[in-house]
Design a protein around this ligand. Structure first.
Ligand code: GDP
Length: 292
C-alpha cells in the first residue's frame, strides 16, 4: 500500500513515532536491502537520535548478496549494528534477539547494579511503507498480529508482543516517509513496487529500470530480453522487448504500456535475478559504477 504523504501527515507520523519512543529501549529500523539509501527516512537519525538502533536489511532474498555485504560493512563502519534478513521466510532473524540485548547491555547492567530486576527489552519497529514491518512483527510473534497496510492516523491501545522471554515488541510499527523530493528515490521505490504505480508514470519507471539494468546488470538484460546494449534511444529497447514478447497493439505496433507492465512485473517477481539498485559508492560519487 502506498500512502500519499503531505506535510501534515509527515508531522503526525513523526509525532506518533516520537510518542512510542518513550516506551521502548531499542529501535529496529527496517530497510529494503535492494534500496538501503532510498528506503530510509531522511530524518531518521534526528527522530531516533537518543535510542540504540538495530538496522535490518529486509528482503535480502531479493537483493544482490555481494552488494548487501557492502552495505553491511558501510553501516557497521558508521557504528551501527546491522543484520540482513528475509522476514517472509525468517532467514537471518535468529540473531535479532541477541543483537537487541547487546544494544541495551550497558543500560540494563546499570539497572541491575541499582537493584532493578531484569526485564524484557522493549523494541519498536520503524520503517517506510511496504518495507515489511507487519511481516516482521508477525514472524517474530509467530502469529498474525499486525495488520498489513497499517495506516498512520489510526490510533488504538498499544499492546506488547512477547518474542521469547527476552523481547517485547510494540504491536504497531512506526511508519515513516521516504525522501520523496528526490526524483531518483521515487523512481527506485517505484521500480521495486514500494510505491503505487499510479503515483508515477509507468513508462518513466520502466525507462529508469532498463537503463539501470543496462548499466549494472547487462547480462541479465541480454539473457531475458536478448538486448545487448541500452542505447541513448531507449525506444529501441522497448521495441525489442515488445516484439520478442508480443506486447503489441491491434495494428501490430509495439504497445509501450504493455512492455512496461511486463518488465516491471518480471523485475519485481525476481525474474531478472536478485537486484540491488544502489551501492554505498553511489552516495560518494555521482556515477553508478562498473557493471557486474
Ligand atoms: P509494511 O507496510 O512495512 O508493514 O510491509 P508489509 O509487511 O505489508 O510487506 C510489504 C510486502 O513485502 C508484502 O507483500 C510482503 O509479503 C513483502 N515482504 C515483506 N518482507 C519480505 C521479505 O523479506 N522478502 C520478500 N521477498 N518479501 C517480503
Amino acid at each position: 500500500m502506498a500512502i500519499q504523504w503531505f506535510p501534515g501527515h509527515m508531522a503526525k507520523a513523526r509525532r506518533q513515532v516520537t510518542e512510542k519512543l518513550k516506551l521502548i529501549d531499542v529501535v529496529i529500523e527496517l530497510i529494503d536491502a535492494r534500496l538501503p539509501a532510498s528506503s530510509r527516512n531522511p530524518m531518521i537519525d534526528e527522530i531516533i537520535s537518543h535510542k540504540p538502533r538495530l538496522m535490518l536489511l529486509n528482503k535480502a532474498d531479493l537483493a544482490d548478496d555481494k552488494v548487501t555485504k557492502e552495505w553491511i560493512a558501510y553501516f557497521e563502519a558508521q557504528g551501527h549494528k546491522v543484520l540482513a534478513i528475509d522476514a517472509q521466510s525468517g532467514k537471518g532473524m535468529k540473531e535479532i534477539i541477541n543483537a537487541c540485548q547487546e544494544l541495551v547491555k550497558e543500560k540494563f547492567d546499570k539497572m541491575r547494579a541499582k537493584g532493578i530486576k531484569p526485564r524484557a527489552v522493549r523494541a519498536l519497529i520503524v520503517g517506510i511503507p511496504n518495507v515489511g514491518k507487519s511481516t516482521l512483527i508477525n514472524k517474530l510473534a509467530k502469529k498474525n498480529i499486525a495488520q498489513t497496510g497499517d495506516r498512520p492516523g489510526v490510533t488504538k491501545a498499544q499492546q506488547w508482543i512477547k518474542v521469547g522471554k527476552e523481547i517485547e515488541l510494540l504491536d504497531t510499527p512506526g511508519i515513516l516517509w521516504p525522501k520523496f523530493e528526490d526524483e531518483l528515490v521515487g523512481l527506485r521505490l517505484a521500480t521495486t513496487g514500494a510505491i503505487k504505480d499510479s503515483i508515477m508514470n509507468l513508462q518513466d519507471i520502466t525507462v529508469y529500470a532498463l537503463r539501470f539494468l543496462g548499466e549494472r546488470y547487462p547480462k541479465r538484460l541480454e539473457e531475458r530480453y536478448g538486448i545487448t546494449a541500452i542505447t541513448d534511444d531507449i525506444v529501441e529497447a522497448f521495441d525489442a522487448i515488445g516484439k520478442l514478447r508480443g506486447c503489441l497493439m491491434g495494428g501490430g505496433d509495439v504497445d509501450y504500456d504493455k512492455v512496461s507492465d511486463l518488465v516491471l512485473r518480471e523485475l519485481r517477481g525476481g525474474r531478472l535475478g536478485r537486484l540491488t539498485f544502489e551501492r554505498p559508492i553511489d552516495l560518494e560519487v555521482s556515477t553508478e559504477g562498473a557493471p557486474e
